[in-house]
Design a protein around this ligand. Structure first.
Ligand SMILES: Cc1cc2nc3c(=O)[nH]c(=O)nc-3n(C[C@H](O)[C@H](O)[C@H](O)COP(=O)(O)OP(=O)(O)OC[C@H]3O[C@@H](n4cnc5c(N)ncnc54)[C@H](O)[C@@H]3O)c2cc1C
Length: 387
């Protein structure tokens, strides 16, 4: 095994969060190595696929506020890389008036986010081919839209390399030795750096086990369903159909969300915001498709223009914390090791900002936002203390 060199910073994991962290560090002049276990690009983690929803509609003010800057950073990357990464579509939020819907509406109003409230009697004029459930109300978060996920990863990794950053893929990290200089062992070499950022998605706890820490993270396999339009294009991006979020409907305990048909013409992506537990290296041994039945019942009732049988099913992984808030923090003992984890199925849109925040933590700077909702110590009772 060879010693492959010394860096200012090593980032483990080239998903969206690690790629943006590495890019921010390189922008700040740090010699940075981005290590990835699989040959890039790959579809084994959480950041693959063509599309993700970007929105400001949240039930906590701090996410809505953070999204302001995240949108700006996305558009900066679009300009720098000369690619289009965001397409505005709006997000249709539907749900019973009292409950999460109202909380989201209040957050949008408090933060001055442009939105349209759709009166039930005019709903079908604005949103054809959707049946608003009895008792449900609806609004549109105008700022929301689609992020081109795969393209975004290529763009940020490309910009990182242009800044002199090094990506080493196909090398799995097999051990980490903390210290003033952190040593990282991989299947192909030994690397040292003053700072380490761990952004390993659903493999986070395997990496943290090398440095005496475990977090309460649950790995879920998410079935990514595409449904055929009966009338091709009726829910398409070209026909200005929005993304949607269905809250608290009778068919489902958790949210249902969808994106206009685009990446696979004639097929609309509609998924359940919940999955079944799996192991990251044995993802497809988890075969549970009961979410598909929930979606079939919901689509039959509310999206009559879709054939209620999935046409294509892909897979992706969520890494979920007990409160579904992220982990953005330093290791409790080794403060030159920074952890970004537990993005709980809603972290992609924050990628550029997460990169900036993990970079700030890594450089010992005061982070631009209050990170108390994202601290490790909130799990105190769950986590084994560091060795
Ligand atoms: C179906 C689905 C839909 C989603 N929809 C949305 C959405 O609409 N909007 C939104 O904002 N978010 C969404 N998300 C969430 C978002 O995609 C994730 O929060 C985000 O991709 C997490 O990125 P990550 O970098 O933390 O993890 P990953 O992308 O999994 O990256 C971690 C990387 O670390 C590497 N790694 C792990 N262990 C090692 C090791 N030992 N050595 C080297 N490398 C290692 C892995 O191979 C992987 O590449 C969705 C997620 C899924 C699954």
């Amino acid at each position: 095994m060879s010693t492959e060199g010394d860096y200012d910073c090593i980032v483990i994991g080239a998903g969206v969060q690690g790629s943006f962290s590495a890019y921010e560090l390189a922008k700040r002049g740090r010699r940075t190595l981005l290590l990835e276990q699989f040959v890039l690009p790959h579809s084994r983690g959480s950041s693959h696929g063509q599309t993700r929803i970007i929105r400001k509609a949240y039930d906590q003010d701090y996410y809505t506020v953070m999204m302001d800057e995240s949108y700006r950073l996305w558009s900066q990357l679009e300009e720098e890389a000369g690619v289009k990464l965001y397409r505005q579509t709006g997000l249709l939020v539907m749900g019973p008036e009292n409950g999460t819907y109202q909380v989201i509406k209040n957050t949008l109003q408090r933060n001055g986010v442009p939105m349209v409230i759709l009166q039930p009697e005019e709903f079908s004029k604005h949103i054809p081919h959707v049946n608003l459930a009895d008792g449900d109300v609806a609004l549109v978060d105008i700022t929301a839209g689609v992020l081109y996920a795969d393209r975004a990863l290529r763009a940020v990794q490309g910009q990182f390399q242009k800044l002199g950053g090094i990506i080493t893929d196909g090398q799995k990290v097999t051990d980490i030795r903390p210290g003033d200089l952190v040593t990282v062992m991989t299947s192909g070499g030994v690397y040292r750096a003053k700072n380490l950022v761990v952004t390993a998605g659903c493999w986070t706890n395997t990496l943290l086990s090398y440095i005496g820490l475990q977090l309460p993270l649950q790995v879920l396999k998410i079935n990514v369903y595409y449904w055929k339009e009966k009338d091709p294009g009726c829910y398409s991006l070209q026909n200005r159909f929005p993304c949607f979020l269905q809250i608290e409907c009778p068919e489902a305990e958790h949210h249902i969300y969808g994106l206009p048909s685009n990446e696979y013409p004639g097929l609309m992506k509609v998924c359940y915001h919940m999955g079944s537990e799996t192991k990251p290296d044995e993802r497809d041994r988890q075969m549970d498709k009961s979410d598909g039945d929930i979606l079939k019942r919901y689509l039959t009732r509310c999206f009559p223009g879709l054939v209620p049988e999935p046409a294509v099913v892909e897979s992706c992984l969520y890494t979920v914390t007990p409160d579904e808030h992220f982990v953005l923090d330093c290791h409790p003992v080794h403060n030159n090791i920074v952890i970004g984890a537990g993005f709980s199925g809603h972290g992609f849109k924050f990628g550029p900002l997460i990169g900036k925040l993990l970079c700030e933590l890594s450089l010992g700077e005061v982070p631009s936002y209050d990170l108390s909702p994202f601290r490790i110590r909130r799990f105190q009772e769950h986590s084994k203390s560091a060795l």
